[in-house]
Design a protein around this ligand. Structure first.
Ligand code: GUN
Length: 292
């Protein structure tokens, strides 16, 4: 079993990004700039956005966090997005999800200029990704592809089973793994809450992407010997034993599964750190106008 070390890989790639950000500053007299809009006080979202802002600063980007109370209207939010779409000092624009119930996330996603959509959630980016055209790829699937690439895991011909069909991870992941590319060229099964015989489906997998959002959901009896395991879960539980006041659990029961796997990501220290790298790479590409 080999650990897929998100800390090692993310630090390496972030060094490259920092060098490119410096060159961008020299050439353009300003830094790449990411704006994140956060609505309300979801504990997870506040932590993730703070981490995104911190990582921007680490690699030499400007970052702005616009924080609204959860009673902001959809109209006011869309007006702000339109203003930022026009602002030439803003390269990347993200709205942290989930949003309060009175705001339609689809309408928010489509309001963002797809050329600044560094989350890769806009239908234009989604469609272009499916066609294997240059686009912004959602940060978590992008980070996972960078991880598979770094460890030179040849995924061609693998049975990949994605557990969870979210717009943010499972669904785009299934598209990327099926594309004619490396990593890619997998035979993909996208499973979800209505899947029959989930255990049997997962048992056939050479590559498991666990993105279901349930602590320790994937257990050793569901895993084939030698499988590659990517754990996307960030399940937070309150803990008095850690400095932050909570402890993170993956979707994979690491202790029982690790010895059966060929490669496995830990939680924390795996996919979460790679997600940040995906977002930073997209923001740099937006600033450099590499895609649009
Ligand atoms: N919520 C959970 N993951 C993400 C993400 O990658 N981007 C945004 N905007 N919201 C999220």
């Amino acid at each position: 079993m080999q650990l897929l070390d998100g800390k090692l890989v993310s630090e390496k790639i972030k060094q490259d990004i920092a060098r490119e950000a410096e060159a961008f500053l020299r050439a353009n007299g300003r830094k790449p700039h990411l704006v994140a809009i956060l609505v309300g006080h979801d504990g997870g979202s506040e932590t993730y956005v703070a981490s995104k802002m911190r990582n921007c600063q680490q690699v030499g980007f400007d970052s702005t966090n616009i924080h609204y109370e959860d009673d902001i209207t959809q109209e006011a939010l869309i007006n702000k997005i339109k203003e930022l779409n026009q602002d030439e000092t803003v390269d990347g624009l993200i709205v942290q999800l989930p949003l309060p119930k009175h705001i339609n996330p689809e309408e928010i996603t489509e309001a963002i200029d797809y050329r600044k959509d560094v989350d890769g959630f806009h239908p234009v980016n989604l469609g272009r990704m499916q066609r294997n055209l240059p686009c912004f790829i959602p940060a978590t699937p992008y980070g996972i592809m960078l991880m598979l690439d770094y460890y030179k895991i040849n995924t061609a011909g693998m049975n990949a089973v994605v557990v969870g069909r979210s717009n943010i991870v499972g669904s785009p992941m299934s598209i990327l793994l099926a594309r004619n590319a490396q990593p890619g060229n997998c035979t993909v099964t996208l499973t979800h809450s209505k899947t029959k015989n989930l255990k049997e489906e997962v048992l056939r997998a050479d590559l498991i992407i666990a993105a279901i959002g349930r602590k320790n959901f994937i257990t050793a009896d569901m895993v084939k010997e030698g499988a590659v395991i990517i754990d996307v879960g960030i399940n937070r539980e309150i803990s008095t034993l850690t400095k932050s006041g909570y402890k993170l659990f993956g979707d994979v029961d690491f202790d029982s599964v690790a010895s059966k796997s060929s490669f496995i990501t830990p939680v924390p220290g795996g996919v979460g750190l790679m997600t940040i790298v995906g977002l930073l790479k997209n923001t740099l590409a937006a600033a450099k106008k590499e895609i649009y």
